[in-house]
Write a protein that binds this ligand. Structure first.
Ligand code: NAP
Length: 259
């Protein structure tokens, strides 16, 4: 069994909704104090209220990851509230769709700004605090889209998710002497509020393309992130873990039909 993470502190950017909220819940249930972020105060308040029953204390801070100042404020707040910062989950991300022919410089700037620069800023802001614990953890939410697969309309998104993996390999080397590990979880199709809004038919269609026969849950991603946060994962760094129910495995639709 893994040693308890009870009493540790984690920041989860984009923890007010979706996968981030799922990560926050898994961590809080494991006794980790969570400081979750997002830009929308109402969503933060709702998430904090919903997760208040868990052993770890859950609180929120409104902050934009595209602002280095905001990222520094989040780290300072976490340390003020809990005395230390052990884990950073760089999870905040956006995925607007735009085909290459229609994509504006602003579209590109926005996606790279949140997904790539936002990852840099929160990690940079947290280095000293993570190093001070002697067991710092950075866990990035990337995606199968970009590093492994493609999807029309998401060239900028895919590039941003692959960029996160380029970032983590060098960050893992630079931070290893400080005993900070840097790893990533690559989710497949995860059942979030956004996906539910697309309707049951869409969800059924997506689930049918996954060998596991279902969409992923936010807890599936939270559990993988929790593994990277453990003391037992201290020797795992610079790695990425695909959590997709086998979604990337079929070489054709016929392969799924033959299962
Ligand atoms: P979501 O439900 O839309 O939640 C996104 C979260 O990020 C929200 O809390 C949002 O809050 C926050 N956020 C967005 N822009 C931000 C900014 N500039 N600064 C701070 N927070 C910001 O999305 P999700 O589906 O959970 O996705 C979370 C991560 O998982 C992303 O990195 C995404 O690429 C990755 N992912 C998702 C899936 C999937 O199937 N859902 C699959 C693979 C990878 P505000 O809008 O209030 O700021």
């Amino acid at each position: 069994m893994f040693a308890s993470l009870k009493g540790r502190t984690a920041i989860v950017t984009g923890g007010s909704k979706g996968i981030g909220r799922g990560i926050a819940e898994v961590f809080a249930a494991a006794g980790v104090n969570v400081v979750l972020t997002g830009r929308t105060q109402a969503d933060i308040d709702a998430a904090v209220a919903a997760l208040s029953e868990h052993e770890g204390a859950v609180s929120g801070v409104a902050a934009d990851v595209t602002s280095p100042e905001d990222c520094r404020r989040v780290v300072e707040t976490a340390v003020e509230r809990h005395g230390a910062l052990d884990v950073v989950c760089a999870n905040a991300g956006i995925f607007p769709s735009a085909r290459l022919e229609d994509m504006t410089p602003d579209d590109l700037e926005q996606v790279l700004g949140v997904n790539v620069k936002g990852t840099f800023y929160i990690v940079q802001a947290a280095i000293s605090a993570l190093a001070a614990t002697g067991h710092g953890r950075v866990i990035i939410t990337s995606s199968i889209t970009g590093p492994v697969t493609g999807y029309p309309g998401w060239s900028h998104y895919g590039a941003s998710k692959a960029a996160q993996l380029g970032f983590l390999r060098t960050a893992a080397m630079e931070l290893a002497p400080k005993k900070i590990t840097v790893n990533a979880v690559l989710p497949g199709n995860i059942l979030t509020e956004g996906l539910i809004e697309m309707g049951q038919d869409y969800m059924d269609q997506m689930a049918a393309a996954v060998p596991a026969g279902r969409l992923g849950s936010v807890a599936d991603i939270g559990n993988a992130a929790l593994f990277f946060a453990t003391d037992e994962a201290a020797y795992v760094t610079g790695q990425s873990l695909i959590v997709d129910g086998g979604q990337i495995l079929p070489e054709s639709p016929e392969a799924i039909a033959d299962m």
